[in-house]
Design a protein around this ligand. Structure first.
Ligand code: NAP
Length: 245
């Protein structure tokens, strides 16, 4: 039976976001998949699901641009009259010495990974507050928790997301809106395609569970957070034990 829950996921065209979108749609949630550059991949996900009689909506928007986010949220509200679950997953990474990061690169990172969540949450909240129900999940990173050399702007953007999670959980709890972060360790997606086989082997040796993660591990945590009703303000790090804080 179709769930009446409406889920918007940003950056759903590939990697972690694509797995979350496909799994939730297959489990009968009404899913709106946002993408930016990877239109072909988003359409492929939509048509593969359609072959199984599963419908999802796809919508192009650059989440670093507030006007485009507003169009995305309006599309969701016009279509389903509400958003129950907002998953801020879209993100970029970059490896660079701090001294080599340009002003443009710094701003692009913060805008894409952090300010985007300010836009999506701000535009979604009127509907959630009206319905006295909401679940917001921010996909951050272990690097926001412990910092990463040569990824200072990335780490700052993710630490900012976690601070947003904690602060909003306090502000929005009385409206029955839960806000949590999932902070993945290393997950097998295109984001890590610059790592060599031997880099991956070296990292794997540091992970107590002995393997890098798959998007499915993040999806399972998302599913649990959606169905839960008493967890808010938490940073849940799914990382195989690589980082234990
Ligand atoms: P990925 O495979 O590179 O996918 C990134 C997704 O973000 C793509 O769907 C991309 O959409 C979307 N995106 C990027 N900029 C966007 C923008 N301006 N507007 C809308 N969408 C945008 O990366 P991933 O590994 O799945 O990462 C997903 C999230 O997990 C990110 O926030 C990342 O920081 C976080 N994370 C990943 C890892 C890891 O090891 N993989 C670890 C910790 C945290 P288009 O391709 O359509 O532009």
């Amino acid at each position: 039976m179709k769930s009446n829950k409406v889920v918007l996921i940003t950056g759903g065209s590939q990697g972690i976001g694509a797995d979350i979108a496909k799994t939730l749609a297959t489990n009968n949630y009404n899913v709106i998949l946002n993408y930016n550059k990877s239109e072909e991949q988003a359409k492929k996900i939509q048509s593969e699901l359609a072959e199984k009689n599963i419908n999802i909506e796809i919508f192009k928007a650059d989440v670093s641009n507030h006007m485009e986010v507003t169009k995305l949220i309006n599309f969701c509200i016009n279509k389903y009259h509400k958003i129950d679950v907002l998953i801020n997953n879209a993100g970029i990474s970059q490896t660079k010495l701090f001294t080599d990061i340009s002003d443009l690169e710094w701003n692009h990172m913060i805008q894409t990974n952090l300010t985007s969540a300010f836009y999506t949450i701000k535009d979604t909240l009127p509907s959630m507050i009206h319905n006295k129900f909401g679940c917001i999940i921010n996909i951050s990173s272990i690097w926001g928790l412990v910092g990463s050399s040569c990824e200072v702007h990335y780490s700052v953007s993710k630490a900012g997301l976690d601070a947003m999670t904690k602060s909003l959980a306090k502000e929005l709890g009385p409206s029955n809106i839960r806000v949590n972060s999932i902070a993945p360790g290393i997950i097998n997606t295109n984001m890590n395609k610059n790592l060599s086989e031997s880099d991956i082997q070296d990292i794997t040796q540091e992970i107590p569970l002995g393997t890098i993660g798959n998007p499915q591990s993040i999806t399972k945590c998302v599913q649990w957070l959606i169905e839960d009703d008493y967890t808010t303000g938490q940073i849940i790090s799914v990382n195989g034990g690589w980082v234990i804080t």
